[in-house]
Design a protein around this ligand. Structure first.
Ligand code: SF4
Ligand code: MSK
Length: 635
């Protein structure tokens, strides 16, 4: 009854994902609609798209003309630069809040594990615990795991709650870069303080100087990248193990008609880790068997999935835009979600196909959806309930099952530690070192290609085409989030994809046995890229600041405010970062010029924008070449 007739959609124009095309066709035949249909029906507001409107007070909302941006000001007199900078700052605050709240949740669980109040998780990776502790000057020699973990918890809490001083992971930042940040006054104190200050400064009548606002954007974004997100990544590795390369599968073909299929979607690994335990519990397996199923088949989607794909090899059913279409298979017995990137439409789509859909986090409920609260102190209560209801749905599947047959295998699960090990223990050594290969030109540079998929552009197409162009030009690609799933489906995470790379990169990949495209995990794991960049500087030969490195980043199909915050922390760190789809500023304005030129002149990175995959790739390659030339390592 909730199904609405949508305009006909050409699935092949909407996505390059074969499984998603098949499911969009089925959904259309069934009269079910997805974000693809809704995007076609909802024209984006051109004034909002270029961030030329303000609703920060009730003398407005005020709309300026992006085609003639200085022709008007808001009722309070705010210019286009003030309005766009304030809007941008709230995107950074919201994106940063998402990651830091996620990280703080991980820290809460870590504390309870250390105190012995949570039994369902444990410190799995003591080596990593000691390494992380050492990296922020906690004494480890001769001390017990519990003592080091207690100190680590206490120290990392400052990442979020500290009101004065520098957050702990500033100790990992190359000294010259840190010096620049100190001079600019953008070293983060604690995430809560930075986010609060942005919300204050962007209130009507407070900070109206776009340059000053952008400084606070950088400070807040750095509190995410080098703070909230980095803590989430490191604690994930400590509690669940650091990822190691393993063969793992991606695509809807990993759904199994004869098993109870459960998808976990969202971002925090806590629910997923508990579901992994519950789905292999003999009691639950017996119940599934009694219902006629051959087993319980757990799959991931979005970032929850990306994280366990690398850590445990759990198959991944697809990225953000495939979360609704996968329900049209009729094979998903339950979908459990936690936080971030959960479309409201999933609830409606679940009802169309009889999937049991559960929100599990008290912070993220959906009207009309079943809520089974996940409590880290008693994980089984939630996971067993979800499994029971999934089994029940399997027993009485209300619709015919149609599973796309495509399965894509690849090597997933890289981490900073593994890359360093793979390259001979350090980024610069006698055995296929990264820095040496950049210096000798076999590898031109490193590109981070990350981020979402967005129905305003053809799903996966830009990610895949631009990565192919980058590796063809000897640029090693590292990936996180939904982007890495696009490339996994395109087969570029197999070592034999090295044949698509330029001669130099191909030689390195073949020597080491690695793919030319390396998957690093979820959105918060972009912090692994920051750590790797810091390690490249520390190793030597590529300058003494992060901004000296021949590296670039992009999020060509982004849709989330988290992506804006990630982009800003890369830019503030010194990385050229190109976004696609649309950019929330008006070209030619002072604010736009600051983001796209001025920040680089001040010694940071800068933003770039393009929509064509080859244009994006060549903007990144040109930048990498510019940095190589500055280092005197041309050719
Ligand atoms: Fe308009 Fe100024 Fe109020 Fe914004 S803050 S809505 S520009 S009056
Ligand atoms: S899940 S933020 S759609 S990458 Fe992290 Fe994917 Fe973007 Fe969400």
């Amino acid at each position: 009854s909730e199904v609405k007739k949508s305009k006909p959609l050409d699935p092949k124009a909407a996505t390059t994902c074969e499984s998603t095309i098949q499911m969009l066709r089925r959904a259309a035949a069934d009269g079910a609609e997805t974000a693809f249909n809704r995007a076609a029906e909802m024209k984006p507001c051109p004034i909002g798209a270029e961030s030329s409107c303000c609703k920060h007070c009730f003398m407005g909302p005020c709309r300026l003309n992006p085609r003639d941006p200085y022709s008007r000001v808001g009722v309070c007199g705010a210019t286009i630069d003030t309005i766009a900078a304030r809007n941008f700052s709230r995107m950074v605050a919201s994106g940063g809040a998402a990651h830091t709240d996620h990280g703080m949740g991980m820290l809460d669980v870590f504390r309870e594990v250390v105190r012995g109040n949570i039994k369902g998780y444990k410190i799995k990776n003591e080596k990593k615990l000691f390494e992380v502790a050492k990296s922020i000057d906690i004494k480890v020699d001769g001390r017990s795991v519990k003592d080091v973990a207690t100190d680590l918890y206490t120290e990392l809490e400052r990442t979020y709650t500290q009101v004065e001083g520098e957050i702990p992971f500033m100790k990992r930042v190359p000294p010259k870069t840190l010096e620049l940040w100190r001079k600019a006054g953008i070293v983060p104190r604690g995430a809560m303080r930075e986010i609060m200050e942005i919300m204050h400064r962007s209130h009507m009548g407070v900070d109206q100087d776009y340059e000053n606002i952008v400084k606070q954007c950088s400070r807040t974004a750095l509190a995410d990248g080098w703070g909230g997100s980095m803590v989430a990544t490191e604690l994930g590795d400590i509690m669940f193990g650091s990822p190691e390369p393993k063969k793992a599968g991606v695509n809807m073909g990993f759904l199994k008609e004869d098993q109870v299929n459960i998808i976990v979607h969202g971002h925090e690994p806590l629910l997923f880790e508990a579901m992994i335990v519950a789905s292999s519990d003999p009691e639950n397996l017996k119940k599934a068997e009694a219902a006629g199923a051959k087993g319980i088949n757990l799959l991931g989607m979005c970032c929850s999935g990306a994280e366990v794909l690398g850590r445990h090899g759990v198959p991944h059913a697809g990225n953000f835009l495939s979360t609704e279409p996968v329900l049209a298979t009729g094979a998903v017995d339950a979908m459990a979600v936690d936080v971030q990137c959960i479309m409201t439409g999933l609830n409606t789509m679940s009802k169309c196909y009889g999937t049991r859909f559960f929100t599990t986090n008290r912070k993220a409920m959906i009207e009309g959806a079943e809520h089974v609260e996940f409590d880290e102190h008693d994980t089984e209560k939630c996971t067993n309930q979800i499994i029971d209801m999934a089994i029940e749905r399997f027993r009485n599947r209300p619709v015919q099952v149609e599973i796309p047959q495509r399965q894509d295998w690849g090597i997933h699960g890289f981490s900073m530690e593994y890359i360093s090990y793979m390259l001979g223990g350090t980024f610069r050594s006698s055995y296929v070192p990264l820095n040496d290969n950049i210096i000798n030109g076999r590898i031109r540079g490193v590109a981070g290609v990350v981020g979402c998929t967005n129905p305003r552009v053809k799903q996966d197409y830009i990610h895949v085409e631009l990565v192919k162009e980058l590796i063809k030009n000897n640029v090693l690609v590292v990936q996180t989030g939904c982007s890495q799933i696009a490339l996994a489906k395109a087969g570029l995470m197999k070592p034999d994809a090295a044949v698509l790379a330029g001669d130099g990169l191909q030689e390195v990949c073949e020597t080491v046995g690695m793919p030319p495209v390396i998957s690093l995990g979820s959105c918060v794991d972009n912090s692994r890229i920051l750590t790797a960049c810091a390690e490249m500087v520390r190793t030597g030969g590529l300058g003494d600041k992060l901004s000296d490195l021949p590296v670039a980043g992009c999020a060509p199909e982004y849709m989330s405010e988290k992506a804006i915050c990630i982009g800003q922390y890369f830019v503030a760190s010194g990385v050229y970062t190109v976004f696609g789809v649309t950019f929330p500023s008006v070209e030619g304005t002072k604010f736009h010029k600051l983001l796209f030129e001025g920040l680089e002149e001040q010694g940071f990175g800068k933003w770039g924008f393009a929509t064509d995959p080859y244009d994006i790739a060549h903007l990144m390659i040109e930048h990498i070449d510019k940095k190589r030339a500055a280092l005197g390592i041309k050719g």
